[in-house]
Design a protein around this ligand. Structure first.
Ligand code: SAH
Length: 339
């Protein structure tokens, strides 16, 4: 098994099963995630026997960076996986820290009409180690620690739930990379049963919902998933999530010209979200050459923003990173493949 795919708790269990000492897990995590060595022989405080046993069961292997593009406040990576598939990650430099947007699947099956990643369809889920690797390789490349992680790259995290949760456990573990749970955000297009499962996850990870429409009619026309889990079911699940976790939820709302950006949409959205502990993140749409949706004008976005504000809905407008370097939303992979 790849060493980057095992959680701290699983590693402790592994050592107990091998009649070894539980604390070895602390030592190994320290070497792997704090000192960042990439072979067993450098683990100087770990006994030879333990190292030999581990060598039989684990190996070190990361991904390959095949392309890197940069702008002032953004760096975009294209990774090649062992089977030749490719995924992307984007690093963004903010005044509050450095965040990374990672991929969770090769392609995506959710079929959102505006999305470049969905256009390419899901090939497979990413393994946990492939997600952890994105973090390690980028930190190595930028020679800096990341402070925030968003799971908003290629793929639907809740369509790869188990691996994603293991990934969060690993990067959040205070024995290793130790990125705080409040600095980790999972974004979903609204797979209701998984939102419900996530409600019982014991870490204080942020949840973002890609809502993108104030009613089922519009949402059905741009997001296939809405036919399985319509808006009222999402809202019900979110209310339960908030009641249980007491955490504020983010609703993402892409501004698509002439589709969901009218004043009446803003009013309808305000009504829908009234009284829910949430805020709306308005996202200027990143146009791609393959899809005909257009981005709303700055003026329209501001009007929409003002209406939400006036109706006491917390709202922000997402700063645009990386559109110059094809860094936006799945475009690097698709340009590379030329499909
Ligand atoms: N599948 C998850 C996470 C990946 S997509 C989800 O749907 O939330 C991350 C976010 O980027 C989603 O809100 C998605 O709707 C949005 N997105 C996709 N294509 C986009 C584009 N071209 N411009 C702006 N946002 C986009």
């Amino acid at each position: 098994m790849n060493i980057y795919g095992i959680t701290f708790e699983e590693l402790e269990k592994y050592f107990i099963e091998k009649n070894d000492k539980k604390f070895k897990a602390t030592q190994v995590f320290d070497w792997v995630y704090r000192k960042r060595i990439n072979n067993f022989d450098e683990m100087r405080n770990v006994s030879k026997d333990t190292i030999n046993t581990m060598k039989e069961d684990f190996y070190f292997d990361k991904l390959e960076i095949i392309q890197r593009q940069e702008d002032v406040d953004v760096a975009k990576y294209l990774f090649k996986l062992k089977d030749g598939e490719k995924v992307e990650a984007v690093v963004m430099y903010h005044d509050y820290g450095t965040s990374i947007c990672i991929s969770t699947q090769v392609g995506c099956n959710m079929g959102c009409k505006f999305c470049e990643s969905g256009r390419l369809k899901k090939v497979r889920n990413l393994e946990t180690y492939e997600m952890v690797s994105q973090i390690l390789m980028v930190e190595e490349d930028i020679e800096k620690r990341l402070s925030h992680i968003v799971l908003m790259g290629i793929g639907e995290p809740f369509d790869n739930y188990e691996n994603v949760i293991k990934f969060i456990d690993i990067v959040n573990s205070d024995k290793g990379i130790a990125i705080g749970s409040r600095h980790i955000t999972v974004s979903t297009c609204g797979i209701v049963p998984k939102i419900r499962e996530f409600t019982n996850y014991d870490k204080q990870v942020n949840l973002a919902i890609s809502l993108h429409a104030p009613n089922n009619e519009i949402r059905n026309s741009i997001m296939n998933i809405n036919k399985a889990y319509p808006i009222e079911e999402i809202i019900k699940a979110i209310k339960d999530y908030i009641a249980k976790t007491n955490r504020r939820v983010t609703f993402e709302y892409i501004m698509l010209k002439g589709v969901n950006d009218s004043e009446s949409c803003a009013l309808e959205l305000s009504k829908l979200l009234r009284g829910i502990n949430c805020y709306v993140n308005l996202i200027p749409y990143n146009e791609t050459s393959h899809i005909e949706y257009k981005k709303s004008s700055q003026d329209t976005i501001m009007k929409f923003y003002d209406i939400l504000k006036k109706n006491n809905i917390g709202v922000t407008i997402r700063r645009e990173f990386g559109s110059k370097v094809n860094a936006a939303c799945g475009q690097l992979r698709s340009h590379y493949e030329e499909v």
